[in-house]
Ligand binder design. Sequence first.
Ligand SMILES: *Cc1c(COP(=O)(O)O)cnc(C)c1O
Length: 355
Amino acid sequence: MNLTTHDKITVRKAETSRLNQVDFNNLIFGKDFSDHMFECDYIDGAWQNPVIRPYGPLTISPAAKVFHYGQAVFEGMKAYKDDNGKVFLFRPDQNHARINKSSVRMAIPEFPKDIFFEALHKLIDLDRDWVKSGLGNSLYIRPFVIATEAGVSASASSEYKFMILLSPVNAYYTGDVKVVIAEQYSRSANGGVGAAKAAGNYGAQFFPTNLAKEKGFQQVIWTDANEHKYLEEAGTMNVFFRINDSLFTAPTGDRILDGITRKSVIALAKKDGIEVEERPVLVSEVVEAAKNGTLKEIFGAGTAAVISPVSTFSYREEVFELPSTAGGYSAKFKKDLMDIQYNLSEDPFGWRYEI
Ligand SMILES: *Cc1c(COP(=O)(O)O)cnc(C)c1O
């Protein structure tokens, strides 16, 4: 497999910018896209023809395998601008490693690191005005790969398209998140694809999540598929539980997405001397802690919302309210992470990456 390319990225600039058609103060998450996008094809066993061109539709065969077998993976990352106009990514090497890990699981060829980074640099630099400064504003970056070979035989595609889209977003206010602990449906199983950012994982969650929404909740906290005994993830976030002053989160493995926010929270907690245990977390121990008052916080961790505190959870028709999170760990980790992302603090771990 050819993991490097000597092709230069071709750049075709948009004739006019759509910047002034966008209301940057009232963005709907993931609805607007910047002027340009990146595209690179895998044909004849090699990634080739890397190009940045105006954002717009694709022409793809209706027989392309992605439409029939869901052979597709994606990533989610963000670019942040400080008050001096400098633009930063947060641990982008991790996203590159992860899209390749997801790809391997989905029998998709890995994408070369050099083109991944060159594409990010060139694309973000070209659409730099789409990154707005101000805490909470960012440019959401969506790399993804789809199987493009035409043919409905159920086997891995021989052709793929790797793309990067950019979408300006405001702070992601989740408000009070109410979650349902899953008792029937599952998002992943041992030996499955839960650890991959594979497109189908998300499509499969919409139906059970809609059932939770009908009951007035926003998200499902997924439990292990075998017994529904262990708490695993919330929607597109990893999930942390604070009992007394210790944090608990499920260990990564087949069923858990290895989140970059998750591992950053763990590193920050350890630096602050907060005890963190990565181990299977029982539903029963969290319910017990909620009943005896030792459950202080539950929060989700992921790129889109950074940290998302849970106010309420339901389990077996019982509803549990959590204490107010003001002054809790969740607010602290959110601030610490955003201070690093927006170049407002030191970066002791070397997580910032300037574009
Ligand atoms: C993307 C994702 C996360 C969060 O990962 P980050 O790298 O922190 O953005 C967590 N769980 C699932 C299922 C995800 O898809």
